[in-house]
Design a protein around this ligand. Structure first.
Ligand code: PMP
Length: 356
């Protein structure tokens, strides 16, 4: 049976990327060795990582003021590493509190300095994006999570700020064109829109990294990673190769404008269906709905398990909501074809017909 992969991450990748990655496991680029067998300082791998950096900059339309790094430790390590580099005792950083992941980032920052919460949606269970920020005159940076993977909300317009802007884009990276120059720091775990788990993308304004005065252990220090060109220690070679293949795919398919067009088409269809069927409810503010992760609930809790079973029986994977939220979550990352959303919507309509 054909599977429809709505996993929230790791999640669906383009079939061509999987095929190319599988081929490279046997023979990378015709050199007679597996991608798993080549050293990270060989010309072969240096060509991979340099092309990947170039394509990231190309997609983001960034110049040499920025450096692209491929690091270990997932986005979660960045929650800690950012304040470790950019925040000292007695200093303040501003954070938007819009969901579980942003909250974890706030907690990590608290180990290093003061946190000013610039906006919070906690009063309504993180079901909206609070757009009026209260920013202190002086703070080292402002941190936002551009897409709240668990709650299903997304910043459709990035808030203006006089502070260096830091963004966790783990779940909507490369899904839409943006003025990426407004950010001083962008990070994302690769395992949603950018490839396999195991590598974290960091895009950093070189000037900001160079301004770090703090003593930071080298492996945690961005400036040292920049100097070492992401090769301070052995990087996740295979995950970086899969990221390169995914970046090539995004560009070949038409780039960020096309990714956004497809995302809107999928999300419009899905949200229209949810809104039209009396079996579902959702409390997310309409204007803040995520194009990547749709979060909704069954009106009658008793129908949740039967609906999930129907999904599984029909090859639909990953539609169960996050463990602390419950309900349903349909993730529609770049590689998810429109057809999967169409099949899901048809199944939801049939289910509603039977149970109403
Ligand atoms: N930030 C966001 C927005 C996420 O969705 C996730 C993971 N789903 C994380 C951070 C944590 O990422 P990782 O597991 O790579 O540490």
């Amino acid at each position: 049976m054909k599977k429809h992969n709505f996993n929230s991450g790791p999640s669906i990748l383009p079939a061509t990327v999987i095929a190319q990655a599988a081929a490279a496991l046997h023979d990378f680029d015709g050199i007679g060795l597996s991608i798993l067998e080549i050293g990270h300082r060989t010309d072969w791998f240096v060509a991979v990582i340099e092309e990947a950096k170039l394509l990231v900059k190309q997609l983001m339309q960034l110049n040499d003021d920025y450096e692209v790094l491929f690091l270990h430790g997932g986005a979660t390590t960045q929650f800690m590493q950012i304040p470790m580099n950019f925040l000292a005792p007695g200093e303040t950083a501003a954070y938007c509190d819009n969901g579980i992941w942003g909250n974890k980032a706030i907690q990590e920052a608290g180990y290093f300095g003061n946190v000013h919460v610039a906006a919070s949606s906690k009063d309504k269970n993180h079901t909206y994006i609070p757009k009026n920020l209260s920013l202190p005159e002086k703070a080292n940076y402002l941190h936002i999570t551009t897409n709240n993977t668990v709650e299903g909300t997304q910043w459709h317009e990035i808030p203006p700020t006089h502070l260096p802007l830091v963004a966790d884009m783990s779940s909507d990276i490369f899904s839409r064109p943006m003025d990426f120059k407004q950010f001083s720091f962008i990070y994302a775990g690769a395992q949603k829109n950018m490839g396999a788990a195991g590598v974290t993308l960091v895009v950093i304004k070189k000037e900001w990294a160079a301004s770090i005065q703090k003593q930071v252990p080298p492996i945690m220090c961005y400036q040292k990673h920049i100097e070492a060109k992401s090769l301070m220690n052995t990087p996740p070679v295979f995950a970086i190769y899969v990221a390169l293949l995914t970046l090539r795919w995004i560009i070949a398919e038409g780039g960020l404008t096309e990714m956004e067009r497809r995302s809107r088409q999928k999300a419009d269809l899905l949200y229209q269906t949810i809104d039209s069927l009396p079996i579902f409810i959702t409390s997310i503010a309409k204007e803040d709905r995520s194009l990547m992760n749709a979060v909704f609930f069954m009106k009658e809790e008793a129908l949740l398990q039967p609906f999930l079973k129907t999904c599984t029986d029909n090859g639909m994977i990953g539609v169960k909501g996050y463990r602390t939220v419950g309900g349903l979550r349909v993730s529609m990352y770049n590689a998810l074809p429109l057809e999967s959303v169409q099949v899901f919507c048809q199944l939801a309509q049939n289910f509603a017909h039977k149970h109403c």
